[in-house]
Design a protein around this ligand. Structure first.
Ligand code: PRT
Ligand code: ZN
Length: 286
């Protein structure tokens, strides 16, 4: 039998583009024709299943898929026994409680005895219990934000990203109850040969993620300032220093996180660095 693992990804929705981009950035090539439910990579032992996100935790728990990419909100709500292998840093959002904007909000006890509409009854129930609030949970599968205006519930618990959906529906966010981002999940009982493929994939994902959070920077520095500049941008092992054609100057190359770069930019300029270039890194293996 061909040794190949299966990854479940969302067929179409807010997770799918970033999931597929990550896989492509890992150098994995596959054909993703519209309407396809399955696709096999041409250069890595993996087959993709394109599914609704709601089904992904269950498919991975049952071993129909070995891995899956899903939002933490969906994972915790479905409460399936799977491994969380890696946070992926995209599809970030929060699950929040919201109420009509004209209402005063004195604190979480506002919800005592109230009705709340949500597609996430488990996460909401856990949250309310942990705050000793008894409320009536109305589970609905979509358009949660209209529930208060049609008299279905007094508040809602829904995913918020920019907040504009709440605003458009005359609601205000009052409690953030859960933070979510896309995660790579895995089946608990994978054979060793499958784990070896998963390790290779995780190695690639790490290289892509490190590359994204770091930048390659180049700058011209007067030789007298090189030691100060090295202190500011120490790099992976140490910066590369190349002489410029103009005497007394060098080109200093280093790798640093984008945050570190912005934190040190003023000091770099004060040390005499000029002609500073910041270049994206595709992959980074340390
Ligand atoms: O068809 P399928 O079941 O696969 O997809 P779906 O419709 O259930 O999910 P989808 O594609 O909408 O979202 C997939 C995952 O993306 C979610 O489970 C979250 O983990 C994540 N995510 C990130 C979001 C959002 N951002 C988001 N903004 N999921 C939903 N929304 C919706 C939210 O429900 C609300 O209606 O966007 C609206 C709020 O957005 P703002 O920007 O107006 O606040
Ligand atoms: Zn869904």
């Amino acid at each position: 039998m061909e040794q190949i693992i299966r990854i479940a990804v969302q067929k179409s929705g807010r997770l799918s583009d970033d999931s597929l981009s990550l896989i492509k950035e890992c150098g994995i090539k596959f054909y993703n024709g519209t309407g396809k439910l399955k696709s096999t990579a041409t250069n890595f032992p993996v087959e993709f299943l394109f599914l609704r996100d709601d089904d992904i935790p269950g498919y991975v728990a049952d071993g129909v898929a070995d891995l899956g990419i899903v939002g933490e909100n969906e994972l915790v709500e479905k409460d399936k026994d799977v491994l969380t292998l890696k946070k992926l840093g995209f599809s970030k959002c929060r699950l929040s409680l919201a109420i009509p904007k004209g209402q005063e909000y004195p604190g979480i006890h506002y919800f005592q005895g109230k009705s709340i509409a949500t597609s996430y009854p488990k996460i909401l129930d856990d949250y309310l219990k942990s705050h000793q609030i008894e409320a009536e949970i109305h589970e609905i599968s979509g358009s949660v934000e209209i529930a208060p205006s049609i008299g279905l519930a007094e508040g809602i618990c829904d995913i918020v990203s920019s907040g504009s959906t709440l605003l458009m529906n005359g609601l205000k966010e009052v409690e953030e109850i859960f933070k979510s981002e896309a995660v790579l999940i895995g089946n608990h009982d994978m054979a060793d040969w499958k784990k070896a493929i998963v390790d290779k994939l995780l190695f690639r994902i790490n290289a892509v993620q490190k590359g994204k959070s770091n930048k390659y920077v180049l700058m011209n520095v007067p030789n007298a300032s090189i030691s100060r500049v090295i202190e500011l941008i120490p790099g992976m092992r140490s910066p590369t220093i190349l002489p410029l054609a103009q005497e007394g100057w060098s080109s200093v190359h280093s790798v640093l996180s984008e945050d570190q770069f912005w934190e040190n930019i003023e000091e770099l300029r004060a040390a005499g660095a000029e002609g500073i270039l910041v270049v994206p890194i595709e992959k980074m293996v340390i």
